[in-house]
Design a protein around this ligand. Structure first.
Ligand SMILES: NC(=O)c1ccc[n+]([C@@H]2O[C@H](COP(=O)([O-])OP(=O)(O)OC[C@H]3O[C@@H](n4cnc5c(N)ncnc54)[C@H](OP(=O)(O)O)[C@@H]3O)[C@@H](O)[C@H]2O)c1
Length: 293
């Protein structure tokens, strides 16, 4: 299949591109800089120069493809305004991707997040929370899944809080960045709240399976670790960086502080059974041992 990929140079996207190429697909990847275009070429894919805001380029990429995987997001969580800008940019681009595929029955696999359900482990059947700082992303995913009634094989692959590789990535990566800056490996609350996680190489396999086989309008969980206590995550980070490990007020964690404080374990039992997905790479706590001071 000729697949158009956005975000193909990122932590998850580079693994997805390699996974697709390794299974006989060809990849056209959106590349917003010379460096990204070079990385795409080196990976064995074809770059399409442009960014998410270049809607004509995004439309042209989808038009040339037999399937689309969307992963690009600015991941700028420095302020509430930055998050809102990133969400608006992504929404416009994903809307164009969806419109381009109406009536084609082609797959559009979009990244999403595992939901949180108070007092229980979330499953693929739970709805996405559409409030909070990144609620707009969920509303976009819901709209894209709705295109399943208009001839788009739209599918959501929901990511846990940390998608990691070589000790980097996701919420645990943000905790590491904050620890490096502040000199304290902090966590909000008592740290007993749990975050799910997956290795990027395992997540990449699920993106491929979803692209190849998932029915229209379905959602899947790329969860390997159901929930690691945040205090345990901060403890490994603190030990690797030689920093004290302490509870800190939610405000220390920026616009995502309220989400950092929540218990949000998640299951992938249905995904494993229905798509035959089985994660094989290191757990988050093992992978964090790769952090270097
Ligand atoms: N890692 C996680 O733990 C995690 C967890 C939940 C959800 N997710 C979601 O999964 C997706 C990928 O995450 P990631 O960790 O792989 O992110 P990442 O490493 O930061 O990569 C982001 C990718 O998006 C591209 N990109 C960003 N802004 C763009 C723009 N305006 N136009 C075109 N391309 C743009 C980047 O291109 P350049 O290479 O040119 O910068 C890069 O390829 C994101 O939607 C993220 O929110 C990730």
């Amino acid at each position: 299949m000729q697949v158009f990929v956005t975000g193909g140079t990122g932590l998850i996207g580079s693994a997805v591109v390699a996974e697709l190429l390794g299974h006989g697909h060809t990849v056209l990847a959106l590349a917003r800089s010379d460096a990204s275009a070079l990385a795409v070429e080196r990976a064995g894919a074809q770059p399409l120069r442009g960014g998410l805001a270049d809607l004509d380029v995004v439309r042209a990429g989808a038009a040339q493809a037999e399937g689309v995987v969307h992963l690009a997001f600015s991941n700028d969580f420095s302020s509430a305004d930055a998050v809102a800008r990133a969400v608006a940019e992504e929404t416009a681009a994903v809307t164009v991707l969806g419109e381009s595929l109406v009536g084609t029955d082609r797959p559009l696999v979009t990244v999403s997040g595992t939901p949180w359900v108070l007092g229980s482990v979330s499953t693929e059947a739970d709805p996405l929370p559409t409030g909070g700082p990144v609620g707009g992303r969920s509303r976009t995913v819901v709209a894209i899944l709705g295109l399943s009634s208009q001839g788009v094989r739209s599918v959501a692959v929901r990511m846990p809080r940390t998608v990691h590789n070589e000790g980097r990535g996701g919420f645990a990566g943000l905790l590491t960045d904050i620890a490096r800056r502040s000199g304290v490996s902090g966590y909000p609350g008592d740290g007993a709240q749990r975050w799910p996680a997956v290795h990027a190489l395992d997540a990449a396999v699920l993106f491929r399976l979803a692209l190849e086989q998932a029915p229209a309008g379905t959602s899947w969980h790329a969860v390997a670790d159901e929930g690691d206590a945040v205090r345990d995550i901060a403890s490994v980070i603190g030990r690797r960086l030689g920093l004290p490990v302490e509870s800190l007020p939610e405000e220390n964690f920026g616009p995502l502080g309220s989400i950092f404080a929540m218990d949000q374990p998640s299951s992938s039992a249905h995904t494993r059974e229905a798509l035959g997905w089985e994660p094989t790479h290191p757990s988050l706590l093992d992978d964090l041992e790769n952090i270097r001071p």
